[in-house]
Ligand binder design. Structure first.
Ligand code: G1P
Ligand code: ZN
Length: 552
């Protein structure tokens, strides 16, 4: 350990020599690891130093720091602040209690003109000492670091020999206000304030308040994760929703032992409510860090791909979007419901690889207004992350403004455009080489599939490994998932997850467009396609699993 030589101002900076770690390659959304891995001596500090080394724009500038409140969040934030002090960053903005939802962090970076942000989250992955931890670097503009930068960070981590830290810096995360630690200004802010103010500019709060006052109800399940305080402030305090309808709204370090992923499996309590006799008019849940959303109506589940299409078709009813939608983007595996809306409206539709970062250039360039992923992510130009509560408020605004119920909107949408039945089957915790071999075998067989008519009469019109060429900066992302396309009728997509921490996860995505049958159970509607995929890929046989681990 040596004193800093090049930072005369800060005599308390230490330079800690380290042996580089070899496993710090960021995945679909930042670096995610088991808590035990991240807590190894120097592990997180090494990754943060690699970020700082690759982001010289942070020197003399503002850095936003916040997390989803999971186990070890506070310690990690203190470490980040001590390293910020030692790396020439002049100001850190931190959420009260160390908490910022992912969309709120993105908004804060944009609004305060920060040079970047550290978002400490493993999203919906379970938390606690045996759970997961994660960290993402977001750039000025509020979006996740693009692929070229994450790759540079990884390369830097492989050659890292030291990190810089000022262990004398301390921060009281529970006290609002500004303090000074040497050259570093530390500001602790209420992360909910700025976010709630932005939502009020996008949606007609008076109209939603009236709608709720008429007896309509929003049921929101925060799954004991980060959105609790946001939902309470906006839905209860500002809009007048019933207190008892906003449930699991106290963030817990271990998310109450649950799996804060808003889907039909993990948000079972909400699903039961919405299928019960006292269902609210709008049911919704969000995930660990507040960027995902699930939307339900009384007795009806709106798949994320449908939600994207329906929101795109109705967003002009919200004051922040009165000029309508200029373009739509969806990730490749997301069903093609939004494509029909884009076609109908004569606007651009972009198909991007999985991961929110691929939407950011399109949003920045003003090419799209709304975007979404099948993994319960929806968002718009207002930030550069997906935004769970935004989607809930957009739906509430559309219901209030249209005077129609959610099932009415869904049914008329399907009557007009047809319905895209969609499911994702996840095979989790596989041996990496088994997963890789399954993908490799299908990839090898893709060329001969084109033109073949498969059982059930569907003909393959395209079969490839998806490559995306970014229309804004020309960058190419290859190997983004295998797709077997049967015209507009159906698709089978296979890809390996980039967010897991336990072995490998394979995701099989099934989509079938029907114009005749609009009220089938998705599992029934997709059974023939699932059987076809099984014959094609042999997932169940090769993984030795009778069923997928999770179906969403
Ligand atoms: C998953 C989702 C993807 C989402 C990401 C972060 O990534 O599939 O849509 O952007 O989580 O929330 P995957 O594990 O599939 O790489
Ligand atoms: Zn998330």
């Amino acid at each position: 350990m040596t004193k800093s030589e090049d930072n005369e101002d800060n005599m308390t900076t230490q330079i800690i020599p380290v042996t580089a770690f070899t496993d710090q390659r960021p995945g679909t959304a930042g670096l995610r690891k088991k808590v035990a891995v991240v807590r190894q001596p120097h592990y997180l500090a090494s990754f943060v130093q690699s970020i700082f080394d690759c982001a010289p724009e942070l020197r003399g500038n503002t850095l936003v720091i916040g997390g989803d409140g999971r186990y070890w969040n506070r310690d990690a934030i203190t470490l980040c602040v001590q390293m910020a002090a030692a790396n020439g960053i002049s100001r850190v903005l931190i959420g009260l209690g160390g908490i910022l939802s992912t969309p709120a962090a993105s908004h804060l970076i944009r609004q305060r003109g920060a040079a970047g942000g550290l978002v400490l989250t493993a999203s919906h992955n379970p938390a606690g000492p045996n759970g997961d931890f994660g960290i993402k670097y977001n750039i000025a503009g509020g979006g996740q670091a693009p692929e070229a930068l994450t790759e540079r960070i990884f390369q830097t981590s492989l050659a890292l020999t030291r990190y810089r830290i000022d262990p004398t810096v301390s921060v009281d995360l529970d006290r609002l206000g500004t303090t000074q630690a040497g050259a570093l200004q530390i500001e602790v802010i209420d992360g909910v304030d700025d976010y709630a103010a932005q939502m009020a500019t996008l949606f007609d709060f008076a109209q939603i308040r009236d709608w709720l006052a008429q007896g309509h109800r929003i049921r929101f399940d925060a799954l004991h994760a980060v959105t609790g305080p946001y939902a309470r402030r906006i839905l209860i305090d500002t809009l007048g929703a019933n207190e008892q309808d906003i449930v699991n709204a106290v963030p817990l370090e271990d998310f109450g032992g649950g799996h804060p992923d808003p889907n039909l499996i993990y948000a079972a309590e909400l699903v039961a409510h919405m299928n019960g006799p006292h269902a609210a008019d709008l049911g919704a849940a969000s995930d660990g860090d507040g960027d995902r959303n699930m939307i339900l109506g009384p007795g009806v589940f709106i798949s994320p791909g449908d939600s994207l299409a329906m929101l795109a078709d109705n967003l002009h009813l919200c004051p922040g979007y009165v000029d309508g939608v200029v373009g739509i983007a969806r990730s490749m595996p997301t069903c093609r419901a939004a494509d029909h809306v884009a076609r109908q409206r004569g606007i651009e539709l972009h198909e991007t690889p999985t991961g929110w970062k691929f939407f950011c250039n399109l949003l920045d360039a003003g090419r799209i207004t709304i975007c979404g992923e099948e993994s319960f992510g929806t968002g718009s130009t207002h930030v550069r992350e997906k935004d769970g509560l935004w989607a809930v408020l957009a739906w509430a605004n559309i219901l209030a403004a249209s005077g129609r119920s959610l099932p009415e909107i869904a049914i008329s949408h399907w009557q007009r455009y047809g319905r895209h039945y969609f499911q994702r089957h996840d095979y989790e915790g596989l041996e990496a080489d088994v997963a890789d071999a399954i993908v490799a075998d299908l990839r090898a067989r893709l060329p001969q599939l084109v033109g073949q008519t498969l059982e059930g009469g569907l003909t393959v019109t395209l079969a490839d490994d998806f490559t995306y060429a970014d229309p804004i900066d020309g960058s190419q992302a290859k190997g983004q998932g295998l797709r077997v396309v049967m015209g507009d009728d159906a698709r089978i997509v296979l890809r390996k997850s980039g967010t897991g921490t336990d072995g490998a996860t394979l995701r099989l995505y099934l989509e079938h467009w029907r114009q005749d049958e609009l009220n089938l159970d998705p599992a029934t509607a997709l059974a023939p396609l699932a059987a076809l995929a099984d014959t094609l890929i042999g997932l169940r046989q090769r993984t030795g699993r009778a069923e997928p681990d999770v179906v969403t």
